[in-house]
Structures are given as C-alpha cells and as structure tokens.
Design a protein around this ligand. Structure first.
Ligand SMILES: Nc1ncnc2c1ncn2[C@@H]1O[C@H](COP(=O)(O)OP(=O)(O)O)[C@@H](O)[C@H]1O
Ligand SMILES: [Mg+2]
Length: 318
C-alpha cells in the first residue's frame, strides 16, 4: 500500500513523534509498503521532502494536501494536541482518506483527561478523584491534601507534578498551566502502573495484548520516560484475575470511546483492582516503546504490528 507517514507536530512531544514516525516508516518499508513522509514543524509548517519549503502553516498545508490524493492510507504518528487529539484524523475524514488509528471523536476525548474520566466512570471503571481548575484561577487554589497536578491535555508527563504540601501547590499549578489552560488536580493513587494495549484488526476484532508493568519509584516523569532508566516488565506478573480485570477494563474503554487502530490504556493496579489513569490513542510507536513491546509478547512482531494497523485503517466517520 502507499502510506503517508506524518511525524513531528506542534507540541512538547514533537521529538517523540519524530522517533515514532521514523520507526513506523522504516517498518512499513520492510513490510513492502510504498512510504512517503511529511514532518510538521513545531510552528505548524508541513515539510514535504523535495518540495520548496512554504513559510506559513496554511501555505504549507495547502501544498501538502495533494499528497492525500496519492496514497491509500495516512499514518499520523503525531502524539499530543493537534495530532493525537483527532485533528489529523479529521483532515483525513474530510478528504475521505483512510487513516491509521482512532477517528476525530475518540482522539479528542482520549486527549482530554477530564472527559476521559467522565466516560470511564460512566462505563463502570474506577478513576482517581479529581477536580478541574482554570489557569486564570490558580491564585485561588486551596490545598486540601497531597495531590497530583497535570494539564488536562498533554503527554510524556510534561507539566505533571506532585504537590505533597501546601508550599508545592502554586508551583505545580503554574507548571501545568504552561501546557493547557485547564488543569486537573487529582488524589495520589498508590498502586502498580500497568499499561494495556488494545488493537482493532481489519475485520473489527479487538483484543488486548499482555499487560506491561512500569517499574518506577514515584512519578513516571519525562526524564525517566526517555533516559533509558525505565524498566518495563512484559508480560507483567499478574494473577489471572488481575489480568482479566485489566484487559476487560481496557476493552471497555476502547469501545466506550470508539477507538480504532491501537490505543494504550494506562492503569494503576490497586488492592481494590484497576483504576484508569489515562488513554493514549496514538501511543509511542518506536520498536522499544511500550505498545510494540506488548504485542511482541503476543508474538506480533513490530513490522507485523504496523502492517496490521495500515490494513485496519478506515475513513473516519463511516
Ligand atoms: N493520580 C495519580 N496518582 C499517582 N501518580 C500519578 C497520578 N496521575 C499521574 N501519575 C503519575 O504521573 C505520570 C504521568 O501522568 P499521566 O497522567 O500519565 O500524564 P501523561 O499523559 O503526560 O503521560 C503517570 O505515569 C504516573 O506515574
Ligand atoms: Mg501517561
């Protein structure tokens, strides 16, 4: 198939997306696909190899759009806002082009940690108690116990911090406010961090790969995510009961949002069972990222995984 891989993007996860896109493009080529690539700069300029660089986002988008007419599938390997949030899937939906991963609705809700919690609760899953705050109101914030503070819409732990005591709260709120004007203040959950990846195959069958455990002491922060010190155990050591509760919860969430392609559902496993933390509808996709490692544990090699993703791609909204 002719596949257009989009990487980069206009948020803090730009570099992470470049790594995902490069790995996906390489794997697709190994799988025999005809791959072209586009990079979106942090300023929103679409860079097409071999084309003279347009200087504005709108001019570059106009000159990149004809590429959509020349491919069978678009693979938007862009994490975070204006990518994973459904923005790129929406362009494909308007153009009537097949796209890998979730459509605009699931992408938008999954990118919003508050909306995700509301859907999860309605679907019968447990989530951490939390409240919303507008960045403009952070001067009025009152400390009512240790909390985790995070932007409603971000990723790679950017802007996520702990406020253990009153003196930490204002700084944590200001840091979160750098990434979103909506801020989530959550109770601290104590539990093992376990991620579950769900894949929706070409004929609509959904299945969960063996869960992965992240070994961290404290927050799984940006440095730990990318400095090579994070330890993943896959398959996670779980009782059959824990494993089935986690997989069931992940599949319930995948269907509640109407996800497609692959999504990673991140949980805390507590003594009382799983608590959903967040959903990633375009998770990290290098061969060393969590999702490919979980599918490798299910004997789906990386090249096979990206191949299944392009075969399962659909025009959103149909
Ligand atoms: N309510 C919470 N209680 C305890 N730890 C948390 C909580 N929320 C987030 N964390 C920690 O912070 C990390 C990043 O938060 P997360 O919500 O997953 O943001 P991101 O989308 O940036 O990955 C998590 O992997 C976890 O280690
Ligand atoms: Mg996370």
């Amino acid at each position: 198939m002719r596949v257009l891989v989009i990487g980069g993007g206009q948020n803090a996860e730009h570099e992470v997306s470049l790594a995902s896109a490069a790995a996906v493009a390489g794997a697709l080529r190994s799988g025999g696909h005809d791959v072209s690539e586009v990079t979106i700069t942090p300023e929103g300029v679409w860079r097409v190899p071999g084309q003279r660089d347009a200087t504005t986002a709108v001019a570059s988008l106009a000159s990149a759009l004809p590429l959509l007419a020349e491919v069978d599938v678009v693979f938007p390997a862009v994490h975070g806002p204006l990518g994973e949030d459904g923005a790129l899937a929406a362009v494909c939906a308007l153009a009537g082009v097949r796209v890998v991963g979730s459509g605009p609705r699931a992408g938008a809700i999954g990118m919003d940690k508050w909306a995700t919690k509301l859907v999860a609760q309605a679907a019968g899953l447990r989530v951490a108690r939390g409240r919303l705050m507008e960045a403009a109101d952070i001067g009025d914030a009152e400390f009512d116990g240790p909390v985790v503070v995070k932007p409603v819409s971000a990723g790679s732990s950017y802007g996520v911090g702990l406020a253990r005591e009153e003196g930490d709260l204002a700084g944590a709120l200001r840091e979160a406010a750098r990434f979103d004007r909506r801020i989530l203040i959550e109770e601290i959950v104590r539990g093992r961090e376990i991620d579950v990846a769900v894949l929706r195959e070409a004929r609509g069958v959904r299945w969960a790969a063996p869960p992965l455990e992240i070994e961290t002491s404290g927050l799984f922060d940006t440095a730990t995510k990318y400095d090579g010190t994070a330890r993943f155990t896959v398959p996670a050591r779980l009782t059959p009961g824990e494993q089935s509760a986690l997989s069931r919860a992940a599949l319930t969430m995948f269907d509640a949002l109407g996800c497609a392609g692959v999504a990673r559902m991140d949980f805390f496993l507590t003594d009382d069972g799983p608590i959903l933390n967040e959903v990633n509808t375009m998770p990290g996709l290098t061969a060393a990222s969590q999702v490919p490692r979980m599918f490798a544990a299910a004997d789906v090699a990386y090249v096979d995984l990206v191949d299944r993703l392009v075969r399962a791609a659909e025009v959103p909204g149909r």
